[in-house]
Design a protein around this ligand. Structure first.
Ligand SMILES: Cc1cc2nc3c(=O)[nH]c(=O)nc-3n(C[C@H](O)[C@H](O)[C@H](O)COP(=O)(O)OP(=O)(O)OC[C@H]3O[C@@H](n4cnc5c(N)ncnc54)[C@H](O)[C@@H]3O)c2cc1C
Length: 240
């Protein structure tokens, strides 16, 4: 069955912006920590967070972490997102969970070719499913057979994961993966993740996104030339 991406922010550091503000203010304050904590938790930290970002003092943002559930995405996406080494991942296993009725992602470019192309693609997925089941039976079913039958599975195969990133890593992730030069699937997921964190820490993430939003595009000659559209997409997410 075809699946669509689903991204949810399932947990995050309580008061993420206040936590970052506390970590940063501590560096410059001679007050007792309890006193500083009470003061910061009762304040609006927006302006302070803005100044912190402008100063480039980014290490306090590592104290706020965000956990997402991500499903309806392909194993091709998994290969890319797990390159982000500072993040933490738990991924549905293809050893413990049988893929005998696997779901799959259809690339939009194939959908744009029309119904016949989609039917052809789905037929190919069904064929691979048959091959997989064939190997499962040949190898004796269960964990041991899943382990080897999976070698026949496509990159399109759906996976599910829990991903945790701290705010600093998320900003880095958004700078690379919200860029139009990033591959479409991980780019969609990155924008969905940005939408989630904007709801709970808008000041912290106000400057996040691809390089073109904060100056010249770092892609040079390979630039998509669509900085205006990217800016509008970001503004839509952060509008109050
Ligand atoms: C458009 C695009 C195309 C890509 N194409 C390819 C490709 O063709 N082939 C390919 O292999 N990859 C490709 N990648 C993946 C890319 O090379 C990175 O592996 C991926 O984006 C993770 O980036 P990162 O290492 O900066 O992030 P993270 O692993 O999340 O690390 C964050 C930061 O921490 C620091 N860091 C982390 N680990 C170390 C370390 N061991 N030593 C020193 N500093 C460290 C670095 O400053 C790093 O930027 C592509 C990525 C993008 C966005």
């Amino acid at each position: 069955m075809q699946v669509q991406p689903k991204v949810k922010l399932i947990r995050h550091t309580a008061d993420p912006e206040a936590t970052v503000a506390l970590a940063a203010k501590l560096c410059y304050s001679d007050r007792e920590l309890d006193d500083l904590t009470d003061n910061i938790m009762a304040s609006d930290n927006g302006a302070f967070i803005d100044r912190l970002m402008d100063m480039g003092h980014h290490s306090p943002t590592e104290h706020a972490s965000f956990t997402f559930s991500i499903e309806g995405v392909s194993r091709a996406l998994l290969a890319q997102i797990t390159r982000h080494r500072v993040a933490s991942f738990s991924v549905r296993s293809q050893r413990y969970v049988s893929e005998d009725s696997f779901n799959y992602v259809i690339p939009p470019a194939i959908e744009e070719l029309g119904a016949a192309a989609v039917a052809r693609y789905k037929g190919q997925m069904d064929t691979i499913m048959d091959w997989y089941r064939d190997w499962q039976s040949a190898l004796g079913r269960g964990e041991k057979s899943n382990e080897d039958a999976r070698f026949i599975l496509p990159n399109a195969c759906e996976t599910k994961m829990i991903v945790t990133m701290n705010a600093r890593e998320l900003m880095h992730f958004f700078s690379l993966r919200c860029c139009n030069r990033a591959q479409w699937e991980i780019r969609n997921v990155a924008w969905m993740m940005m939408k989630e964190v904007a709801k709970v820490a808008p000041n912290l993430f106000r400057d996040c996104g691809p390089g073109c939003l904060n100056g010249n595009c770092p892609e040079g000659k390979k630039s998509c030339g669509k900085a205006k559209e990217v800016k509008a997409r970001k503004e839509e997410i952060f509008k109050k």
